[in-house]
Design a protein around this ligand. Structure first.
Ligand SMILES: Nc1ncnc2c1ncn2[C@@H]1O[C@H](COP(=O)(O)OP(=O)(O)OP(=O)(O)O)[C@@H](O)[C@H]1O
Length: 636
């Protein structure tokens, strides 16, 4: 079979020489009877590639392409029983941790996780500002973005929003190229791609693969992509091929004629006028239609796997005459960037741990994404205006009589409830909406969770607080709640604190949910739980002992109590005898069991809850950041 010549395995100033040996990935699970069941997903896979080439990982569905790609990129998610062994060398140096690999490479995921309401240029500019050196002037970063836009054929789409399933934006192929572009900005020498053509029509797929091939040839980069069923024009672009079947290697070497010759020698020549890629996939797939076919196809795969006869390529040695500048320096090699990119990468890794640069950029992006969603904002504000006016009209200028006591209590409860629902439920979908993009950016070490969390929280404040103050004011004066600027300001302050607490709860829920769909389903249930124990539906003293903790953490309760004390403490209400017994404000508070509540005390508790909810949410964001398996042991 054709094999990679040792001479090709030279470190250059362009692509990384990547060599992997005996990569074995297994997942062990406990069966019901207590015995252990180990599934080998990748079985001792070895291979080599270097700069200027496009290597395709191919195989039938479930053969292990994505697993191998992830293993090489150190992107196999940590999970119970999962273990990877083997060794991966970059330019002759053993790569030991996911962060070493992350710093030297780019990984373009199968799913294009991009923000829908940012334009192509804004999306790339965001990545440029986080991935290029902070010392690089803004104009140069803009120039880099322009270069990537031109290189990937995105000039016509540069100022169009990315879009998604609901919002029309750029095409699928363009979206894929933007996702690739984001990872190319820092000029990585090694690029991993998971099915770059998936979901694209034949023409778009060819465009994307041609762009990758150009990158390999013109910039000398090392590109490794898992590819599903390539058409012949795409197959023609592939320089090297790794074929897998059931987690076993059936071919590793040059593509095109060499691969065809290898299979012809094993008795499986490519039929005339046949797409070679289709033929290879056919002969390495198990046909389960009948037991006989299953047996014969498995025998054929066994024969092909045995015929791999991979001739060992030695791991390249450092310090060769042709090594790139800095090749003797461990750090340079592990960083794996071009000489110009290396300094940037070092700088970059420092930037990633800094707060302010990512914070400002994330703040601007989240603000842009939230405020450009005009349809959602319009519906939200129109509904809030409608309900505020309706409420104001129904309770228009209440008299200060006995019947108004119940109405006032109802209005205050409605306000406390509305505030909680609006903020907590609205906010709860923000993080799941952004989760995929943020996970990808976090995996690429672009920023830490802290600037992400703080910026997301801050963006929600004006969008929630300002309307809250406006609608609160409208209702306060239309309905004729307690007179006096002091009472009005306390009303607004309590409502604002409750809003903050609701946003904090929303952020906790948001950080816990994995899908946008979960948010509207589950968030109301949490708010209703707090609502039940707010003191309005259930008298304070009637809460079952085992549910007292729910009452104690109901932020709606603290807000409602404070609003009631503000409205009723020391207040007099006229009595004409028509309602039977007459009560004043203090007696009403006593009936509600709110007589020993202080506004300051409750506001203090709300402030504590705001802090608590937000710290909890931040903790969840930290806990849920992507974690990848390291190689367990090295065989060389
Ligand atoms: N963590 C895991 N636990 C159990 N099985 C796993 C795990 N990861 C992968 N597998 C299994 O290993 C096999 C290979 O998966 P992988 O996703 O690498 O295949 P693939 O060739 O990329 O498939 P496709 O083309 O369908 O995406 C599949 O059968 C998959 O179900």
């Amino acid at each position: 079979m054709s094999k990679m010549a040792v001479g090709d395995m030279r470190p250059t100033d362009h692509g990384v020489v990547l060599q992997w040996r005996d990569i074995t990935y297994s997942v062990t699970k406990k069966k019901k009877d207590g015995t252990l069941d180990t599934r080998v997903i990748l079985n001792a896979i070895s291979g080599d590639t270097s700069g200027g080439s496009l290597l395709a990982l191919m195989g039938p569905s479930g053969s292990g392409k994505t697993s191998l790609l992830n293993a090489l990129a150190f992107r196999v998610p940590k999970g119970p029983g999962a273990m990877i062994t083997g060794a991966i060398y970059a330019d002759g140096k053993l790569v030991e941790t996911p962060s070493q690999m992350a710093r030297m490479s780019a990984y373009v995921e199968q799913e294009d996780a991009l923000f829908a309401l940012s334009t192509v240029r804004e999306t790339l500019m965001f990545a440029a500002q986080l991935r290029l050196s902070k010392d690089m002037p803004l104009e140069e970063k803009e120039q880099e973005v322009n270069n990537v836009i031109a290189d990937l054929g995105l000039v016509a789409a540069a100022d169009t929003i990315v879009g998604n399933e609901q919002i029309r934006g750029i095409s699928g192929g363009e979206r894929k190229r933007v996702a690739i572009g984001m990872d190319l900005l820092h000029d990585p020498r090694l690029i991993f791609m998971d099915e770059p053509t998936s979901g694209l029509d034949a023409f778009q797929a060819l465009n994307v693969m041609t762009a990758l091939k150009d990158l390999a040839i013109e910039k000398g980069r090392t590109i490794i992509a898992s590819v599903h069923q390539p058409r012949s024009s795409i197959y023609a672009l592939i320089d090297q091929l790794v074929l897998l079947s059931g987690g076993r290697l059936v071919y590793a070497g040059a593509g095109q004629g060499a691969c065809s010759a290898h299979f012809a020698a094993l008795g499986e020549p490519v039929p005339k006028d046949f797409n070679p890629a289709d033929h290879f996939l056919d002969i390495i797939s198990v046909d389960y239609r009948t037991p006989k076919l299953t047996e014969s196809t498995m025998e054929r795969i066994e024969k092909l796997a045995k015929g791999v006869a991979r001739e060992e390529v030695p791991i390249i040695k450092l310090g060769l005459d042709n090594a790139p500048a800095g090749a003797g320096d461990d750090k340079g090699l592990v960083m794996g960037f071009t000489s110009s990119g290396r300094a940037e990468a070092e700088q970059n890794s420092k930037d990633a741990s800094r707060f302010w640069i990512p914070f400002k950029l994330l703040l601007a992006r989240t603000w842009r994404e939230q405020t450009r969603d005009t349809a959602t904002l319009t519906i939200k504000y129109v509904m809030q205006t409608f309900f505020s006016l309706l409420f104001g009209v129904v309770y228009l200028r209440m008299a200060r009589d006995q019947t108004s006591i119940q109405d006032r209590t109802g209005i205050l409860f409605f306000q406390a409830m509305n505030q909680a629902f609006g903020s907590a439920i609205g906010i709860s979908k923000i993080i799941p909406q952004q989760l995929k993009v943020v996970s990808r950016e976090r995996a690429a070490r672009m920023y830490t969770p802290l600037p992400y969390y703080v910026s997301t929280f801050l963006v929600t404040l004006p969008l929630e607080l300002i309307p809250g103050v406006v609608y609160g004011t409208v209702i306060y004066y239309m309905t004729g709640l307690r007179e006096g600027v002091g009472h009005y300001l306390i009303f607004l302050a309590v409502m604002t604190l409750e809003n903050f607490a609701g946003i904090g709860l929303g952020m906790c829920l948001s950080a816990s949910f994995t899908s946008v769909e979960m948010a509207p389903q589950l968030a109301p249930a949490f708010v209703i739980l707090f609502l039940m124990f707010s003191g309005f539906f259930l008298n304070e003293s009637n809460v079952p002992v085992w549910l007292i903790w729910l009452r104690e953490i109901s932020f709606i309760r603290y807000a409602f109590q404070a609003l009631c004390v503000n409205e009723f403490k020391g207040a007099e209400f006229s009595c004409d005898g028509s309602t039977g017994s007459c009560v004043d404000g203090d007696e009403h508070l006593e009936r509600l069991k709110f007589d020993d509540i202080t506004i300051g005390g409750n506001c203090g508790i709300l402030a504590g809850m705001i802090l608590g909810f937000n710290l909890l949410a931040l903790g969840i964001v930290y806990y849920r950041q992507p974690k990848y398996l390291a190689l367990e042991k090295k065989t060389q």
